[in-house]
Every structure is written in structure tokens, then in C-alpha cells.
Design a protein around this ligand. Structure first.
Ligand SMILES: [Zn+2]
Ligand SMILES: [Zn+2]
Ligand SMILES: [Zn+2]
Length: 86
């Protein structure tokens, strides 16, 4: 069972705005949103055409995102490939 040392469930960054920060710049659209737990940026998921959350991880190495979807309470660590409910 892999462990994640990156995620702190007691200090969760919630999305500041319910949009993908990158899609907004290009006028693109998204399916679901994820919020980076390192910088607080919100980006689109892998079902979205631009996959900005994954691109954000590869360009910044910010490991953990949470789902920004209302009513969902889970996190994903790209570094450890761990799914966590909180
Ligand atoms: Zn981790
Ligand atoms: Zn996007
Ligand atoms: Zn980030």
C-alpha cells in the first residue's frame, strides 16, 4: 500500500474559482476540475480535451490535487499515484 506524504487533509486548499485557469486563457472547455494543493490553481481533468491538471503536475511537480467538484472529497497524488478520501 503506497503512502503519500504530500497531502495534508487538515489544510486543504479549496478552489478559488470554479473554472480551469488555463482553459479560460484559450477559450477552451473542460469536463471536471481539480485543485492543486501546492499552489491552489484549478485545472481540468484527464477527461477534458486539454488535461491541464496533469500538464500542471509535469511542468511544476506539484504532486497533489483534490477534486474541485461539489460534494466530492478525494485527493490524488501524481507522485505516489495514490487515491485518498478525506
Ligand atoms: Zn504523495
Ligand atoms: Zn484546462
Ligand atoms: Zn500547483
Amino acid at each position: 500500500m503506497p503512502n503519500c506524504s504530500h497531502f495534508d487533509p487538515s489544510n486543504i486548499k479549496q478552489p478559488v474559482s470554479y473554472v480551469c485557469d488555463e482553459c479560460i486563457k484559450t477559450g477552451s472547455s473542460w469536463v471536471h476540475l481539480r485543485t492543486c494543493q501546492t499552489c491552489g490553481g484549478t485545472h481540468c481533468c484527464d477527461n477534458s480535451p486539454n488535461k491541464h491538471a496533469t500538464k500542471h503536475y509535469y511542468s511544476t511537480k506539484h504532486s497533489v490535487v483534490i477534486s474541485a467538484e461539489p460534494g466530492e472529497a478525494w485527493a490524488w497524488c501524481y507522485s505516489d499515484e495514490v487515491f485518498m478520501k478525506y
